[in-house]
Design a protein around this ligand. Structure first.
Ligand SMILES: Nc1ncnc2c1ncn2[C@@H]1O[C@H](COP(=O)(O)OP(=O)(O)OP(=O)(O)O)[C@@H](O)[C@H]1O
Ligand SMILES: [Mg+2]
Length: 259
């Protein structure tokens, strides 16, 4: 499984929100999109997932044009939005059962049931399976949102700020879980502006004002941005114009290896 975005630009309401961005993810990888609020992370994520196509550029999923063949390819793609859309009055198991009915129409009831219990187990939701979603903690609810998308076993999972609003321990455990999902043979793309679980990412895409400042390994970030602490990436982005980061990135040799 490989997904690449090439020269993606998204224009919304007359403004260029994402400009000329390249991206790449392969099977087994957890890739993060990092950037200040309003830098275009959600917009890029939707363009890469095909849910709101970019006006310029293309996304290629296993050699096929995602936008041209979206109706077929979307079955292999899961998307967890920034705001929960899980039905809160339902109990966890029931909500997942409905999702299975909707998405696995050709399956027998037994097959759906076993898919639901598998997902419940793999996301650590067994003990809360009979609880109403409204009574769950934020972290549990996020896991239900991810579970819903995993029902159809997508090869590629996109999650928009899956760890926002979680305490640091929950944030780490959810990131670990997302990494595990990637290890099982998927690609997982997350957006984040939290820096504490960066080390678990296989690659990171840094956006500023809709443009790509860096795409490469996490352990290259400090040298590239000349910082001691990841948290300082944002102030470095403010201090140095994005065009300069792009010049430095092009000189770094990372493009050939990671994009
Ligand atoms: N439909 C739209 N029409 C016009 N502008 C939009 C639209 N959607 C988003 N924008 C603008 O695009 C910019 C990027 O938005 P986006 O939601 O992609 O940012 P983000 O990096 O995900 O931010 P956050 O970290 O706050 O979630 C923002 O300035 C936003 O106001
Ligand atoms: Mg966003």
């Amino acid at each position: 499984m490989t997904l690449t975005g090439r020269k993606l630009s998204v224009i919304l309401g007359g403004n260029t929100i994402v400009e000329n961005v390249d991206f790449r993810i392969e099977e087994g990888q957890l890739v993060g999109i990092l950037g200040p609020s309003g830098s275009g992370k959600t917009t890029l994520l939707r363009a890469l997932a095909g849910f709101r196509p970019a006006q310029k550029g293309r996304v290629v999923f296993d050699g096929r044009d995602l936008y041209e063949e979206f109706e077929e390819l979307k079955r292999s793609i899961g998307f967890v939005p920034q705001d929960d859309v899980v039905p809160r009055v339902l109990r966890v198991e029931r909500a997942l059962g409905y999702t299975a009915e909707l998405r696995l129409r050709d399956f027998s009831p037994e097959e759906r049931k076993s898919r639901v219990s598998g997902v419940i187990r793999s996301l650590g939701l067994y003990d809360s399976r009979r609880q109403r979603i409204s009574n769950l903690s934020g972290g549990q609810r996020k896991r239900v949102s991810v579970a819903m998308e995993l029902i159809s076993r997508p090869q590629l999972l996109f999650a928009d700020e899956p760890t926002s609003g979680l305490d640091p321990a929950l944030e780490q455990s959810l990131t670990k879980l997302l990494k595990k999902l990637a290890d099982q043979g998927r690609g997982v793309v997350v957006t984040t502006h939290i820096m504490s679980s960066l080390e678990m990412l296989d690659a990171v895409c840094v956006l500023d004002k809709g443009q790509l400042g860096y795409f490469g390994p996490v352990d290259g970030l400090k040298e590239f941005f000349e910082i001691d602490d990841y948290i300082n990436i944002f102030s470095r982005l403010q201090a140095v114009p994005i065009a300069e980061w792009q010049r430095r990135y092009d000189r770094s040799g990372l493009r050939a290896e990671y994009l």
